[in-house]
Write a protein of this length. Sequence first.
Length: 370
Amino acid sequence: MEKELRVIISGGGTGGHIFPAVSIANAIKAKRPDAEILFVGALGRMEMQRVPAAGYAIVGLPVRGFIRPLWSPRNIGVALDFLRSKRMVRKTISTFRPDVAVGVGGYASGATLDAAAQMGIPTIIQEQNSYAGVTNKHLARKAKVICVAYDGMERFFPADRIIKTGNPVRQNLIETAMTREEAIRSFGLDPTKKTILLVGGSLGARTINESVLQHLDLVEESGVQFIWQTGKYYSAAISEQLKAHKPLPMLKATDFISDMGAAYKAADLVISRAGASSISEFCLIGKPVILVPSPNVAEDHQTKNAMALVSKDAAIYVKDSEAPDTLLRLAIDTVADDSRLARLAENIKHLGQPHSADLIADEVIKLARK
């Protein structure tokens, strides 16, 4: 009989880090129901609610991201919090005694995997993006396995420790039993019309929102219908602006979409930021997409993620600064072009990796046995 498997999974900050982390935990549990899994996240961040809701215990660290430029005096406090977090996580590791520690990115991941490696715990990192961040490049020096989603990652990591697994995604996206017609009706829209889904991530995307607000006349005249996830941060202001406009029954605006599987099924075309997790979802479901990379991310990694698809004619790219002027018209023209939609769908589907969470879980279990 195998000894009990004990795993720490660390990371979070956004849904793009949390959903893959929970998918990995679920895959480990499916293979080893005896496994004890503990999450380590950042206090005050989204993971402190989402992880317990998924049925897992989590420990919070007072860790936060460095402020740019790095020489900002405020980073003294950030560095002190990082050191305090490392002391806290060392106690957690001593008490929990994990066989393996997994890092999925986010503020807590750096402190946790750094401490685990120093204490002789084997570590696995999951790099979601096509351009490795500073933290993962540092953690990779001691990591036993480096799971990646893109080709060419030996630019950043030792080639002999890289495994291409892809990025895990939320299972409910691919397991939805709804038809397209049922999905569209669930949003109160007309199944005979083309539908564009606009998503800005869990927090919303100001540029994508502005691209709609500046062209409500185009929305009305287009003959297309829209499902628009505004994000909680922008929701109240957008509601007020829409109230001042005449009713637009073809525009369904909501701060949060609880059933993204239905939203993707309803959409003929998606407009989105270019976070690694979102891109992996589009690849898996084969959904035509216009990507508007956020300019407010480290190393401009979203643009690099987008261009990895554009180079294979698997997505359309719009620069953030140009989106308010051009995005909506481009989307309406694209959704009317069936041959272009079919080509984009076919090309992006080729890039999907459906068993990512299982592959990473296998590596965790293998490493624990060594």
